[in-house]
Design a binder for this molecule. Structure first.
Ligand SMILES: NC(=O)c1ccc[n+]([C@@H]2O[C@H](COP(=O)([O-])OP(=O)(O)OC[C@H]3O[C@@H](n4cnc5c(N)ncnc54)[C@H](OP(=O)(O)O)[C@@H]3O)[C@@H](O)[C@H]2O)c1
Length: 262
């Protein structure tokens, strides 16, 4: 049997970090060897798995990091940059879901792919990855069918449409060789007139505790295809990131996608 993947979590005290720790407690495929939080974090120095037998403590930098196979990062741009330094210096693979990074860090990540294996995703749900793949195929096969993307989330969500709905729109547009910026219709009210051929419509539902739903409707004459994904638990992103980490372990340098994991 192969040995467990030696892992570090960057952003270990955060929402995603804690979801990852919850899964790692029960998964013999991984050994958590390092856990990084922000300098000044109230978690800094505390036990990661409180109890008599576990001595692993949260660290606030990479100076004491042991040899690792994969770093899993859900943190912030500054923390990601520091993790990237560690990975490049040690030839360690990197799985990252951190968003909101600037063009300089984007460029650094791209350059890093020449030296280490990097897997990035804006949405770590494997189900959404498959939905995207299916939509790409259907949108290309039926270029004349009307396409509408409907998403639903809890009432606290600030942005609309969701980043995932937009990513689905981009994937479908690319499959049809059109530009989403010109094809997208984000709202309809009053008398917007007839549907424009080739457009991609978006509709948004908000309410209650919906974790996330995405539906792509391909509507033809007398028939339609409905592709749907429903997330019922936020740990789906943590689970996808760990599957990605296991898959990435031992891969050659390069820019890998969640689609490759499938
Ligand atoms: N791709 C996906 O599927 C996906 C899903 C969910 C979230 N995300 C993204 O993942 C990132 C984290 O999300 P979250 O909800 O877990 O955020 P969060 O709850 O705010 O957690 C952020 C974590 O990063 C740590 N951190 C912040 N600055 C740091 C620094 N300079 N050095 C080291 N550690 C630092 C924080 O430490 P302390 O809190 O202890 O200070 C905390 O552990 C965001 O960019 C979010 O958009 C992506």
């Amino acid at each position: 049997m192969s040995r467990p993947v030696r892992l570090a979590i960057n952003g270990a005290s955060g929402r995603m970090g804690q979801a990852l720790l919850g899964l790692l407690k029960e998964d013999p495929a991984f050994r958590l060897d390092y856990a990084v939080v922000a300098p000044g974090s109230e978690s800094d120095g505390a036990s990661v798995f409180p109890g008599p037998s576990d001595a692993l403590r949260y660290a606030h930098d990479w100076s004491q990091a042991p040899a690792l196979d994969v770093v899993v990062d859900f943190s912030g741009p500054e923390a990601l940059a520091a993790a990237l330094d560690y990975c490049l210096a040690n030839g360690t693979a990197l799985v990252t879901g951190t968003t909101g990074i600037d063009s300089a860090l984007e460029a650094r990540l791209e350059g890093a792919c020449e030296h280490i294996a990097v897997l990035r995703a804006a949405n770590f749900s494997l189900g959404v990855t498959m939905l995207t793949r299916l939509l790409r195929e259907a949108a290309a096969a039926f270029p004349a069918w009307d396409l509408e993307i409907v998403e639903a989330h809890h009432g606290h969500k600030q942005d609309a449409p969701s980043g995932t709905a937009l990513a689905l729109g981009h994937a479908a547009a690319a499959a049809r060789n059109i530009d989403l910026a010109t094809a997208a219709v984000y709202s309809r009210e009053g008398r917007p007139g007839e549907r424009v051929d080739g457009s991609i419509g978006f509709a948004v539902v908000r309410g209650g505790d919906i974790v996330g739903e995405h539906h792509a409707l391909l509507i033809g004459k007398g028939e339609r295809i409905e592709l749907s994904h429903r997330a019922t638990d936020r740990s789906v992103f943590a689970r996808g990131a760990l599957q990605a980490a296991q898959w990435l372990h031992g891969r050659s340098a390069g820019s890998w996608q969640l689609d490759d994991v499938l």
